[in-house]
Ligand binder design. Sequence first.
Ligand code: UPG
Length: 264
Amino acid sequence: PVTDQAFVTLATDDVYCQGALVLGQSLRNHSTSRKLAVLITPGVSSGMRSVLRSVFDEVIEVDALDSADSVRLALLQRPELGITFTKLHCWTLTHYSKCVFMDADTLVLCNVDELFDREEFSAAPDSGWPDCFNSGVFVFRPSLKTYNLLLQFAAEHGSFDGGDQGLLNSFFSNWATADIGKHLPFIYNLSSSAVYTYVPAFNHFGRDAKVVHFLGATKPWNYKYNLQTKRVMHDGTTSGSFHQLSFLALWWNIYSASILPLLE
Ligand code: UPG
């Protein structure tokens, strides 16, 4: 095992913890050799914390927003960016030399430890605007210097989309042009909804998908699942492609087999 590198995720409440747990379990199922860390905020219940500790090596509480110095005070003027800065806390994990951040609504389909061969800042294109990266999966090096620069940048410029993705794209603004080695292949952050927009490409490359990202408003835990038939039920209003539904079924398989028993 490599003890100075970790996969890191974030869950600010018990609902997102369900996603973090499935992600963590999927990394374990594929025998990662790296540590698993989850950032949480005070809103996560104590019951959920002990479940998190059974899947993750480290459960780290961070403040949703800290007001310790002038930069942070400036940030207080922009409360809507609070959740964003919670993700930025990953740069404070300086007991690791390199990390891979993954949103709580991602799921690994195989071992992806080779991501640690990449350098900061590596990420995959966003399916909505491919000259931007998606901030759901990225390789970074924890550093208090970078963390403070990010906070300062946020206070001065805000975020063009109100979230961490806009902020990080402005901060790492040469990502699109500087170094192709820092472009992760799309199969490391396959948006389950984008599958639908370019079906022939998905049919050709999709079998190699390594990480699925359930980005958008409806998360896997918002669906209903029949534990007997092992099928995800959609209510008619959710148009799901076959592939979307099979990724959802995979998420629910892990959730029902490995996570639900821990929550009971
Ligand atoms: N998160 C929480 N609590 C919240 C909201 C978000 O813990 O109340 C965490 C969690 O890890 C989640 C991530 O932040 O997966 C991103 O939020 P999400 O709701 O999944 O946002 P999406 O709209 O699916 O994602 C897009 C990008 C994502 C970026 C986000 C905001 O894919 O990487 O963080 O927009 O810019």
